[in-house]
Design a binder for this molecule. Structure first.
Ligand code: NAD
Length: 258
């Protein structure tokens, strides 16, 4: 059964060229929405639009960390589809791996620019758009289960994901009166290129051992799939979640339950 209220809606998905963002774009299209898919990787964006070959899908190459890129992707959605009803602010990078004492400040800055500034710019531009359209609309931001706690070796990433949760809560409080709902999803380990890169980085030649150790900490005993995150995102962008606002939703197989 289709999720109520997504058919005919216009949703922007950032980081849509891979992993969770791609699954989100695919699910939203299945639900009948039109999708503006944003990615800084032009090849990934092209692959998505070529492979799906869908009239209701438009790919835009943009870097979410820039004011210009953000203004351009929102303008592209309004120009092509006439309005915007939803934003899945999902683009993110894992950034530098290693203890905080060894993190280069420039690497920290880049991580914050993409994961935090990028989310801020997207929320800001979309809230302005919703106000111009007369209110209503939904936003979902991809945080992380690591945004709920510290993680040795991934300190800057965890900090960026904690900070976006605060942005989401403030945005939900500021915009709720205009009928806008803002929520966060916190995925645990999800089988995407990002976690494969992390397994390589921390595995020192044996990524499988890292994979096994992570899985051992998940009560359901496995990584999640991008589609399992996309299902939650689609629900939060649909009218089925009409009273969900300012929420932090884990989708992590129970990893952060303990
Ligand atoms: P991924 O690397 O597979 O995909 C991320 C996509 O974002 C890529 O296509 C990349 O080109 C794009 N991107 C990166 N920087 C960008 C920028 N500046 N502007 C526009 N696009 C940009 O990663 P994923 O696992 O699908 O991650 C998606 C989101 O989910 C990220 O925010 C990530 O932090 C979060 N997350 C992932 C996991 C996991 O285990 N995979 C867990 C929790 C949270």
């Amino acid at each position: 059964m289709a999720l109520r209220g997504l058919s005919g809606k216009v949703v922007i998905v950032t980081g849509a060229g891979s992993g969770i963002g791609r699954a989100s774009a695919e699910r939203l299209l299945e639900e009948g929405a039109s999708v503006l898919a944003v990615d800084s990787d032009g090849e990934a964006a092209r692959r998505l639009t070529d492979e799906l070959g869908e009239e209701r899908l438009l790919g835009v190459v943009a870097d979410v960390s820039t004011d210009e890129g953000t203004a351009r992707y929102v303008a592209a959605a309004r120009e092509r589809f006439g309005r915007v009803d939803g934003l899945h602010a999902n683009a993110g990078i894992e950034g530098p791996a290693g203890p905080l004492a060894e993190v280069e400040p420039t690497e920290f800055d880049r991580l914050i620019a993409v994961n935090l500034r990028g989310a801020f710019l997207g929320i800001r531009e979309i809230l302005r758009t919703y106000a111009e359209q007369g209110g209503g609309g939904a936003i979902v931001v991809t945080s992380s289960a690591l945004g709920l706690r510290g993680r040795p070796g991934l300190g800057p990433y965890a900090a960026s994901k904690a900070a976006v949760l605060s942005l989401v809560k403030t945005a939900a409080m500021e915009a709720g009166a205009s009928g806008v709902r803002v929520n966060a999803v916190c995925p645990g380990p999800i089988a995407t290129p990002m976690i494969e890169r992390l397994e390589e980085t921390f595995g020192a030649g044996d990524p499988g051992s890292v994979h096994d150790a992570i899985e051992a900490g998940i009560p359901l005993g496995r990584y999640g799939t991008p589609a399992e995150v996309a299902a939650l995102v689609a629900w939060l962008l649909s009218d089925e979640s009409s009273f969900a606002n300012g929420g932090v939703y884990t989708v992590d197989g129970g990893e952060s339950a303990g």
